[in-house]
Design a binder for this molecule. Sequence first.
Ligand code: NAP
Length: 440
Amino acid sequence: MRHIAIIGSGPAGYYTAEAAQKQWGDDVRVDVFDMLPVPYGLIRTGVAPDHQSIKGVSKRYEATALSDNVRFVGNVMIGKDVSVAELQQLYDAVVIATGAPHDRKMDLPGEDLGNVFGSAAFVGWYNGHPMFANLDPDLSGDTAVVIGMGNVALDVTRILSKSRAEFAGSDIVAHALDILDTSKLKRIVVLGRRGPHQIMMTPKELGELSHLTRAAPRVDPVDLPEEGEDALLEPGLRKSVTHLRSFAAIPESHYADYPIEIEFDFFASPRALIGSAGKVEAVEVERTKVEAGRAVGTGEVYTIPASMVVCCIGYRSSPIPDVPFDERAGRFANDEGRILPGLYCVGWARRGPSGTIGTNRPDGFSVVEKIAEDMAAGALGHGGKQGRPGFDALAERRGLDVVTFRDWKKIEAQEEARAREGAPREKFVDVADMIEARKG
Ligand code: NAP
């Protein structure tokens, strides 16, 4: 029997569990740990609440979680409640699948001003992550600046633009919906340090900006390269640029019908956040040009008034004590998923925050292949690890309050029962409430 511990119950974690099942069938026992009492990581707290079809992939993870040889071990924080070294004594292989939950810092003056948020915090807030439920953004000003031109910047821009009615069928949490309802925003500036040909936004997501009821996108035609140059782009990016061209062709009269403008500001690199009385009031920006794919400052500096700022410039993994970490890259130090003998990483914890949810599936299968190779080579010892019973004894000695998958199903049932009309669920946003809800 092989015993595998996976730290993190998001996409990378469950695809790895699925791969282990496929690889070893009944000869494996997999424990999937999560610091929260609820599973699915990024699917629950990262994917936008109005993208329910993407969230539907959790049904696939549930099928894996419900099989006899996979077990969910919630409410246990590895690195605090139990160390990685302790897990390694109990399991043949330990796989870190903790994603990249922290914001990359911009290292700019003023980054700590009030009403400036990283996207991990802001997305966590509207998705009900317990760590960010109390963020309390102030939407009473008229201009939000969203820094970055990736899909997270698009998610944040769209969520800030939508009316209450447009959240029908979503699982946006009540506290976010109530604050968004008070929004006085008139302008959302999406800031990119490079140009239209360097955006990281995918076409389907960018196209959604054309269908908002109270916001319209604006692109200045002078920012667009010659149309013929689009032919050199890879097809996805070419489609995204086609959307930008259609935004640039929107007639001026159209904007009168929309209370919010979403303005794309290209070739604009943030230099500082400026504020008074501890609160942001403007973003100082340097005009750039793109040379050999890189943004180069031109020396021209201007300011954009900003009553709030959300920085969507990427994420970092969270280090775990005694596990080698690549500080510069913001992920675990690894060679194709191998960190140390018997210790692996997968998904964003391995490769950084890129790709789609589905990219984690081949990643999961690949790390299981490495484990299988290392086992066959005798690099992981000769079995005899205690696995589950050993962990259960440790949890009992330490007084840990483990939340099982069955407990989660009770929490889920309560979240579904308290959903507002038409919504799939109303999430609990406090760990104590989640624990209480498992009583059924
Ligand atoms: P991303 O795609 O890497 O985009 C980050 C953006 O931030 C880029 O435009 C980047 O510009 C900019 N940036 C980085 N450092 C900056 C700085 N110091 N100053 C100004 N701008 C800076 O990252 P993401 O948007 O966080 O998304 C993470 C991953 O999740 C991506 O793979 C994304 O596709 C995926 N995702 C997918 C969906 C979906 O499919 N619906 C939704 C959300 C996220 P440069 O290019 O110039 O560096």
